[in-house]
Design a protein around this ligand. Sequence first.
Ligand code: ARG
Length: 282
Amino acid sequence: MPFTEPATTLPAPSRVATRRRLLMCRPQHYDVTYSINPWMHPEHRTDTALALRQWERLRDLYLDLGHLVEEIDPVGGLPDMVFAANGATVVDGKVYGARFRHAQRTAEGPAYLDWFERRGYREVLWPEFINEGEGDILTVGRRLLAGTGFRTDPRSHAEAQEFFGLPVTSLTLVDPEFYHLDTALAVLSDDEVMYYPAAFSEGSRSVLRTLFPRAILATAEDAAVFGLNAFSDGRHVLLPEAATGLRAQLSARGFEPIGVDLSELLKAGGSVKCCTLELRDR
Ligand code: ARG
């Protein structure tokens, strides 16, 4: 035969994990006592003991993968404090504090900032504008993607750009079920993401296509089980185990998906990424 058959699929790239430093908050006071997103139903029962076991399993997975996990003390009366991603945004060792949209979570901003100050972080900014930390501000290489529409004030995007000195791209969320950017988009590597297009405005979808033409796109089913609320170390991707479609797509791209069950925390509208704040040091 004169010609060889062209390969139908490209070989999956070999993925390299890098060790991360993470901040987590034990769900000791976890409960659903108010509703600030469509997932929260205070009339349904929550099982704090089960939430603790599920959370410990996630923490242990990070440790088994070689990551470093720091813990901030949970504060009574702040049931959502387990969602450490919302506590701040940390890039190059600089800490951009969080200012929450809802009164029920206001006290978490200073609680997290206090942890950073006591840990010796010097460049710490108490923000002028509402922003819910890494819930809405995600780092992709040397660029930040910043969500708005439900929680974070778009004026904070410019504030973050000035503070970090890194380009910030604003993205508008339009579906209340995906109220934070990290519920609709996950960063996989320094230049790869996966996302659920229907969660974004038309203009933002076009921006995402321009920046990430080869992104993994999630189905409505995978998005609905919070499959995009994922954490990647460049090789291992921890995500809700029910997101079977995304797990297959990640494997096809050479990642190693690891399914995690955080069903109790999903009752507050959170999962893997929400529980995880990355401490990006200089
Ligand atoms: N109940 C919390 C809220 O509505 C959940 C926060 C989830 N965190 C996240 N990073 N998406 O604010």
